[in-house]
Design a protein around this ligand. Sequence first.
Ligand SMILES: *[C@@H]1O[C@H](CO)[C@@H](O)[C@H](O)[C@H]1NC(C)=O
Ligand SMILES: *[C@@H]1O[C@H](CO)[C@@H](O)[C@H](O)[C@H]1NC(C)=O
Ligand SMILES: *[C@@H]1O[C@H](CO)[C@@H](O)[C@H](O)[C@H]1NC(C)=O
Ligand SMILES: *[C@@H]1O[C@H](CO)[C@@H](O)[C@H](O)[C@H]1NC(C)=O
Ligand SMILES: *[C@@H]1O[C@H](CO)[C@@H](O)[C@H](O)[C@H]1NC(C)=O
Length: 433
Amino acid sequence: MALLRLRKKQHLVFLLCVWCLVVDWSKAETEESEGSPMEKTEKDALYSTIQGFVGDSWNGSNLYPDPCGWTPIQGVTCDMYNDLWYVTALSFGTFRENSLACAEIPVIRPQLFELKHLKSLSFYNCFTSPNRYLASIADEKWLNLSKNLETLEIRSNPGLIGELPSFITNLTNLQSLVVLENRLTGSLPENLAKLTRLRRLVLAGNRFTGRIPEVYGLVGLLILDLSRNFLSGSLPLSIGGLNSLLKLDLGNNYLEGKLPRELQSLKNLTLLDLRNNKFSGGLIKEIQEMSSLVELVLSNNHLGEDLTGIEWRNMKNLVVLDLSNTRLKGEIPWSILELKKLRFLGLSNNNLRGKLIREMETEMPCLNALYVNENNISGELEFSKKFYERMGRRLGVWGNPNLCYHGDEIKNLRDHVPFGVKQCERVKDVTLA
Ligand SMILES: *[C@@H]1O[C@H](CO)[C@@H](O)[C@H](O)[C@H]1NC(C)=O
Ligand SMILES: *[C@@H]1O[C@H](CO)[C@@H](O)[C@H](O)[C@H]1NC(C)=O
Ligand SMILES: *[C@@H]1O[C@H](CO)[C@@H](O)[C@H](O)[C@H]1NC(C)=O
Ligand SMILES: *[C@@H]1O[C@H](CO)[C@@H](O)[C@H](O)[C@H]1NC(C)=O
Ligand SMILES: *[C@@H]1O[C@H](CO)[C@@H](O)[C@H](O)[C@H]1NC(C)=O
């Protein structure tokens, strides 16, 4: 009897559950057919914006009736504000395989500027046909985005020419401005420092000319990359005020003058890359104050002077030190052995003389690339067989006419004979006679 009652109870529970499921399911269906709540103006603005970029044949309302809900569009991100969905991020161009490819001649439609919660906008490989201008849109329209826009990324658009549009400096909430590998020209805006919230500023790989503007006030900046342009003049002293900076890459420009002493304030800097410029005036002592540096790349500059002015032991974090072709003179100092984490030491194409310190083998345990080729290093290479094995082809010693190696150590290891260096001659009995 008790058992039967239990059965009945179970049956009832079961029925209730089925009913719940049915109700739940039908509720979900109505929600689905209504779509995620979204203003019609927002939805239409989104469709029209995308159509401008992708081409007229793209019919959003057909393909993606519920763009923030059940039929999301690649490259579109939405978020909810007051129970309504809004577009917060838009990304165009072939970034991933299934992202929205741009039409041959993409058009920035005015509807873009009606997306009032847009935080992130990016164009990747989008403006590819020649002679496209970003500045074809009136600046006032961009101001509509300035309240919310935090990220603007314009990347790998080989057709994009003209100057950096002036509206950029009015987008005062930007945290990330990436204008990378396009064909933009002209000088950088003087008032770049108005963008005080910037954490990342990348303008690399364009054709910008002129000086680097003052950067006072960008105290939150973590990454500054202006490499691969035609920038000239000296570094602004205000660069020392970028206290938070982690990476500074100004390589491949026409920058000149002495490295500013103000660099010493960049206590958190891990990368300083100034390669391929025209800096002069030697390695300033203040460099040693940047004790967080992991990579210091100054190759191909006109620095001059020698390596003795620096307390290398203050730079214990260095992993990469590249001073190739920087007109260095003098000897390689013993203090360089303090760089215990160093893996790459590039000193090639200088006027260094003296011996190559044998203790590099033991005192710099991580070292696995050493280039001192094209100098005037002399004497005998006294490394062990093990060291030659460890370095392999990453030992560059050629182009030092007065250098030789000891054959006894490595005579059975033809592969590891240091390239371009002759074997030392045996001590001549004749001289003893
Ligand atoms: C998209 O398709 C719908 C119905 O198929 C049509 O009414 C609408 O005009 C089309 N929109 C565009 C922009 O072509
Ligand atoms: C700016 O935004 C407002 C409301 O978000 C909109 O009504 C207006 O048309 C926009 N202006 C431009 C130039 O797009
Ligand atoms: C935009 O920036 C320019 C130059 O800094 C400034 O003159 C102008 O007033 C700004 N416009 C607005 C609406 O903030
Ligand atoms: C430098 O880094 C340390 C540790 O990450 C951090 O606490 C400090 O705030 C940073 N300094 C600046 C000026 O950002
Ligand atoms: C290279 O060094 C040797 C001494 O080891 C010196 O006699 C010679 O003049 C130097 N050559 C150059 C080009 O500086």
